[in-house]
Each structure stands twice: as C-alpha cells, then as structure tokens.
Design a protein around this ligand. Structure first.
Ligand code: PRT
Ligand code: ZN
Length: 291
C-alpha cells in the first residue's frame, strides 16, 4: 500500500504552447512544483511535488480531464464552455483574461442584437455563438472557421464575427468594431468528477498553495513612518491581516507602521495615508500569503 502511494501522482494538463502556457507554468512554479518548460515534451515530472504535467492543445484539455486521463487542467473558460464537458471548475486563476464578442464592420449601423437576424457570423465558437443567438431570439447563419476569424467579413465570407478579444487591436486593424460581449473569460483550474482520495489530497494541497499565491499577488506589504500624534488616524486606514505592526523609531515622537494593502484600494489608501502625515512609504511585493 505504501509503495502504491509513493507512485500516485496528480496529473495536470496545461497548454503546450500559446497564450496560457507561460502563466500556467509560472503558477505551478510559484506553488513549489518545479516544472520544466514542455516545448519539446508531451509530459514532464514536477520536482518537489507528486505531480506529472501533460502538455496539450488547449482544446483537448476538457476531454482529457473528463476522461480522468489528466486529473486537473488549466484552460480558458471560453474553451471549457464551448466544449461543455463533464468536469468541475475548482478555481478562477486571474490570467488569460479575454472576452468572446460579436464584431461588425465599422461602417455598419448596429443598434442592437436584432441586427444579426439573417446575417452570416464567422466564429471558432459555434456552440457559444449559437446559444447567445438563441438566448436573444436571433436567427443567423453560423460559419465555423478555425482561425483568422477576423478576416472573414473583409473577404465576403461573413457579415460579422464572434471572436476572442483582449486589447481589440486585431479587430481594429481589420476594420471591425466590437458591439456585444457574449462571454467574459479567464483561465480556470478544472478537475475530473471522480478522483481517488489520495489524488484529492494532492489537489487540496495544490489549491491551498494556489490561493496563497493569488492572495499575495493581490496584496502589497506597506511600511511607513508616522508621527505619533497621527498614529491612530493612520492605523485606522490600515487594517492589515489582523492589525498593523507598530514599532518605535529611534527618533522621538515617530513610529514605523507595517501592514498589508489590497491592490484594488492601494492608490486611494496611499493618498489618504500621505494626507494623514505618513512619510517614507515603502511598498513591497508579497510572495505568498497564508491567512
Ligand atoms: O495551440 P492551441 O490550440 O493550444 O492554442 P490556440 O491557438 O487555440 O489558443 P491561444 O494560445 O491563442 O489562446 C489560448 C487561450 O488564451 C484562449 O483560449 C483564451 O482563453 C486566452 N486568450 C486571452 C486569448 C486572448 N487573450 C486573445 N487575445 N486567446 C486568443 N486571443 C486572440 C484574439 O482572438 C485575437 O485574434 O489574440 C488576438 C489578439 O487579440 P487583441 O484583441 O489583443 O488584438
Ligand atoms: Zn486551441
């Protein structure tokens, strides 16, 4: 039994190459699973953790996880929902953000979704596009193409596209404007529905680390000097993980205050701290955060 456990591994599917590859490997590395870049490999053993990483095309990952060939996988929600496989979403990972959107030629007058009635839509996401059209009571013709969807209106293949967008520059360069968001997407961790108890334990360990890494990325460590007569005001602005650490400075009447600030309220709080008399504010990234 013991020997069996030693050889049990969490099998993790990540994109072999492409937009999600680097962030997926970085996340695993940040979680202490040292994974070698898989450009010329199909799979690789993680060092320092009982895991094996499979390098796959992103479109194949949901099926591998449904079949439990891979226990877990990292994939965009766009691919996951398009493929509609029987897997569970464990965690949103905060990278690979994009949206699936409808775009039309820039000289069209688009008022609302009914514009698409009777039109031809080019997409690599036929299922999501069909669902969007049905939900909005629109009857349009879907042309499924696997790449360079943005070229379709220009060559007369379609009147509109339903494609992934991040900065929007690809649409702009092809004379298209985004008119409707169908889905907002980011990379997610998915898992097989039936996992062995030992594998579930490995996953729980990994998830604990992923959450610590994500939390750290969303927070900053802040150190500042405060005149003692402003200390109460400054402390009230800095809740910290429990409450801020306050240490006396060598200079009479001053203290050093240490705390943690979340990324989304960071700039606003810094301004308030300065206004309350804080000086010498240092902001330091946090590597891991465990509460
Ligand atoms: O080979 P494989 O099948 O694994 O990869 P792929 O070519 O199918 O996918 P890949 O590597 O291009 O993208 C993988 C995942 O990254 C997608 O499924 C999304 O979840 C996510 N993602 C995030 C994106 C984008 N941002 C994105 N901008 N996927 C594609 N794009 C395309 C977009 O469609 C446009 O053509 O990138 C181009 C540039 O976008 P703009 O708007 O910045 O100009
Ligand atoms: Zn793909």
């Amino acid at each position: 039994m013991q020997a069996f456990l030693i050889y049990m591994k969490l099998k993790i599917a990540v994109q072999k190459s492409g937009r999600l590859h680097d962030d997926s490997i970085q996340l695993l590395n940040d979680c202490g699973l040292r994974v070698r870049n898989g450009h010329n490999q199909l799979k690789s053993n993680a060092e320092d953790f009982p895991a094996e990483v499979y390098f796959l095309r992103d479109d194949d990952i949901p099926q591998y996880v449904e079949d439990a060939v891979a226990h877990i996988g990292i994939v965009g929600e766009n691919v996951l929902f398009e493929k509609d496989k029987a897997v569970d979403v464990v965690e949103q990972l905060g990278f690979g953000k994009c949206r699936l959107s409808v775009a039309v030629k820039k000289d069209e007058t688009y008022t609302d979704v009914s514009f698409l009635n009777g039109k031809r839509l080019a997409t690599s996401y036929p299922n999501l596009t069909q669902k969007f059209l049905a939900d909005n009571g629109v009857n349009a013709e879907i042309h499924e193409i696997s790449g360079s969807v943005e070229l379709a209106p220009g060559i007369g293949l379609a009147d509109a596209v339903c494609d992934l967008v991040s900065s929007g520059s690809t649409l702009f360069m092809n004379g298209l404007v985004e008119v409707q968001t169908v889905l907002k997407s980011q990379a997610v961790l998915i898992k097989s529905k039936q996992l062995d108890t030992t594998v579930e334990q490995f996953l729980a360990q990994l998830l604990f680390r992923i959450r610590a890494v994500k939390k750290a990325a969303n927070n900053k460590y802040v150190l500042l000097n405060a005149p003692n007569d402003s200390l109460q005001k400054i402390i009230s602005l800095l809740p910290g993980m429990k409450s801020p650490t306050v240490l006396p400075l060598a200079q009479e009447g001053w203290s050093s205050v240490h705390s943690v600030l979340s990324e989304h309220e960071f700039w606003e709080k810094i301004e308030q701290l300065k206004a309350a008399g804080a000086q010498g504010i240092l902001v330091i990234p946090i590597e891991k955060m465990i509460i």
